[in-house]
Design a protein around this ligand. Structure first.
Ligand code: ZN
Ligand code: ZN
Length: 348
């Protein structure tokens, strides 16, 4: 971090966004501010987290009895720091104003965009091991819950079952609100589970993720109650082909747009490109959605060690939606698919 500060001509960087804070220090409390310094950094927190912080972090810990920012400002003044970076995308106007008003005249706040997020994009082997555990826990929960799916069960029942199973298997919580969408509702890419019952001949979209040791997983699979009609099978095959084509383009150095293009090309060949209304994937780690994004207009390039999802989907009003999503890790020559769950359309 010291060279990064020097490069940006900063005396310090203030980080309060909790995934960034956790990444840099290991601190998991909900209220903390890290002052990154060239030497030993200082974590400010409140008395509720005093013991936890000393157990979790190796940097200095200061427990503030009043507002954290007052303590941060006093420390900045005492150390005589002049240029202090802050994360504009993660700072409310209120805390910016409050900090600024407490700083000495000669100290300035400098916006620093996406520095820590950029570091977080490429995962260490230890982080990949945690993501792998998260993915495996998530897939096991899926298998256990799917074994209990019956017609008449509501979308909410299935979502609750999936989340219960993941917790029993060691997840802290779901990485996002579990999506279970049956029948024509599956055409809503981010549907919330309702009291609607699963009926024979329903397509059921399940999009779920777990958090294990802070790290997220993300998977979408399709179930079908009964024997799927020809159109369902046909659209499913096309989406699967698009997903496989996108996965085949993943490797270090590939542009994120090229991965997205590979999925779109397959859908276009079957006249379904307009039914694909989101990007092909996203990074994940301490957050469920983090850089890079794999969309049409994204400019990034993949690097070995990135953990990303590949999730093309087709949404047809009145028919339903089909999405297939895996979590993969980019390698020098391709990628490793972490998600162990079979990608066939699962008949119930
Ligand atoms: Zn998902
Ligand atoms: Zn996703």
């Amino acid at each position: 971090m010291a060279s990064g500060l020097a490069e940006r001509k900063l005396d310090g960087l203030l980080v309060a966004f909790s995934p960034n804070l956790r990444y840099l220090t290991g601190f998991t409390g909900s209220n903390g501010s890290l002052l990154v310094l060239g030497g030993k950094s200082i974590l400010f927190t409140d008395p509720r987290y005093r013991i936890q912080a000393t157990q979790e972090v190796t940097c200095r810990v200061k427990t503030a009895t009043g507002p954290l920012l007052a303590e941060v400002a006093a420390t900045i003044a005492r150390l005589g720091l002049k240029r202090i970076g802050y994360e504009p995308a993660r700072t409310t106007c209120d805390s910016y104003e409050s900090l600024k008003s407490r700083l000495p005249m000669r100290a300035s706040l400098e916006p620093v965009k996406g520095w820590i997020e950029e570091l977080r994009m490429v995962k260490s082997p230890a982080e990949i091991a945690l993501i792998r555990r998260s993915v495996e826990t998530n897939s096991r929960a899926f298998e256990q819950a799917v074994a209990r799916v019956r017609p008449g069960m509501t979308e909410q029942d299935l979502a609750a079952e999936l989340e219960y199973r993941m917790r029993r298997l060691g997840a802290e919580k779901p990485a996002f609100e579990t999506i279970v969408a049956a029948g024509v509702r599956s055409a809503l890419p981010h549907a919330q589970p309702t009291a609607a019952r699963l009926k024979p001949r329903d397509l059921v979209l399940v999009d779920m993720g777990a958090i294990v040791n802070g790290y997220c997983s993300d998977m979408t699979r399709m179930l079908f109650l009964g024997v799927p009609a020809a159109k369902v099978k046909r659209v499913y095959r096309v989406v699967l082909q698009a997903q496989l084509a996108a996965i085949a383009t993943v490797r270090a150095g590939a542009s994120t747009a090229a991965v997205d293009r590979a999925a779109r090309k397959v859908l276009k060949a079957h006249g379904l490109e307009r039914a694909f209304v989101h990007s092909t994937g996203h990074g994940l780690g301490l957050e469920i959605h983090e850089p890079p994004r794999l969309g049409k207009r994204d400019k990034g390039r993949l690097q070995a060690g990135m953990a990303i999802t590949i999730e093309p989907g087709v949404y047809l009003e009145g028919f339903g939606g089909i999405r297939i999503e895996d979590t993969v890790v980019v390698t020098e020559n391709g990628c490793e698919i972490l998600t162990p769950t079979s990608k066939e359309l699962r008949g119930i």
